[in-house]
Design a protein around this ligand. Structure first.
Ligand code: SAM
Length: 309
């Protein structure tokens, strides 16, 4: 299957990274490699390290970038990027890109369980080699936890009822497939409410995917380390698709932007905290109406960029 994914905010990312031709770059979420190709094309002597936890994505981008000798590929979670730097003997980066979430390709792969459009095992792991699946979650999490996940990560209004239906159902028989779950969601949401636009499973599927891949936890634990890993003048660009992700990026940038954090009124600074970044984007960059028209996925994208001082 061809790897289908239209990059989001492409020009804005490439311009925002202010690529130096001899710089060292890291794409933590290479996916189909469109952004990485743009970076590779602007490099002369530098290097580009491409990471993805999805083997298929990595294979596709490797093939796409095969003519660029200074690009290397690593099957790993971006939270472990420091191990990659260590193994490559790299001490600082001039730019890092994170384009979060899943690719359109992952949604279109029928057997991965990301989509409510195809009947498949309820999996949803980006890294098929490890971690719990969506099936594990729906069959083992408590009613409370399911309710919380659906509400928090999916903003699902009927979270409680859906969680109740799941817990009742699994007493009889485990929930195995995407269509098992879709049927339960449809049964749980009152008929009148189901006329709201969009597929009734959309929010719950999004919530489960975020939980399966610990998407928010991984982001939260990585940003500060990434800022630390930048050389002076190096840039970190993050595209998020969920309000909770954007909040994590915003707060990490705010934290790194703070100068002294001593209590107000303390006459002499004892914390020694220094501002670490300049904010290149005061407000997140969003896609133009033309881009959203061509690629509806871009609608919720927010790009924030920081530069290491
Ligand atoms: C939105 S796509 C990236 C698309 C890419 N920028 C392009 O131009 O094609 C996100 C990719 O990041 C990967 N991904 C998501 N979270 C990850 C993580 N924590 N570590 C490594 N890869 C991750 C997914 O497997 C997916 O391939």
């Amino acid at each position: 299957m061809d790897f289908k994914h239209i990059p989001v905010l492409y020009e804005e990312v490439i311009e925002g990274l202010a690529i130096q031709e001899n710089g060292i770059y890291l794409d933590g979420t290479v996916g189909g490699g469109s952004h990485s190709l743009g970076i590779a094309q602007r490099l002369k002597g530098g290097r580009l390290l491409c990471l993805d936890q999805d083997r298929e994505a990595l294979r596709a981008s490797q093939d796409r970038l095969k003519d660029y000798p200074n690009v290397s590929f690593f099957h790993t979670n971006y939270k472990d990027f420091q191990e990659v730097l260590r193994s490559e003997g790299i001490h600082g980066l001039d730019g890092i890109l994170l384009d979060l979430g899943v690719s359109s390709h992952q949604f279109d792969e029928k057997d991965r369980g990301f989509s409510y459009r195809f009947n498949a095992d309820l999996d949803m792991r980006m890294n098929s080699d490890q971690g719990k699946t969506a099936k594990d979650i729906v069959n083992t999490y408590s009613l409370e936890d399911l309710d919380t996940i659906f509400k928090k990560y999916g903003e699902e209004r009927w979270s409680r009822r859906i969680a109740e239906f799941i817990v009742d159902q699994r007493k009889e028989k485990p929930i195995e497939t995407t269509f098992d779950l879709v049927d339960l969601i449809k049964a749980a949401i009152p008929k009148e409410a189901r006329r709201d636009k969009g597929h009734p499973g959309k929010k719950v599927f999004q919530a489960l995917r975020i939980e399966v891949n610990n998407e928010l936890g991984v982001l939260e634990e990585s940003l500060e380390k990434m800022i630390q890993a930048l050389n002076p003048g190096g840039r970190l660009a993050v595209i998020s698709f969920h309000s909770l992700e954007d909040r994590i990026v915003k707060e990490a940038f705010n934290e790194a932007y703070k100068d002294c954090i001593c209590p107000p009124g303390q006459p002499i600074c004892t914390c020694n905290k220094k501002r670490e970044i300049k904010k290149i984007t005061r407000k997140p960059i969003v896609a133009s109406p033309e881009e959203v028209e061509k690629n509806p996925r871009a609608r919720s994208a927010k790009l924030r960029i920081a530069e290491k001082i």
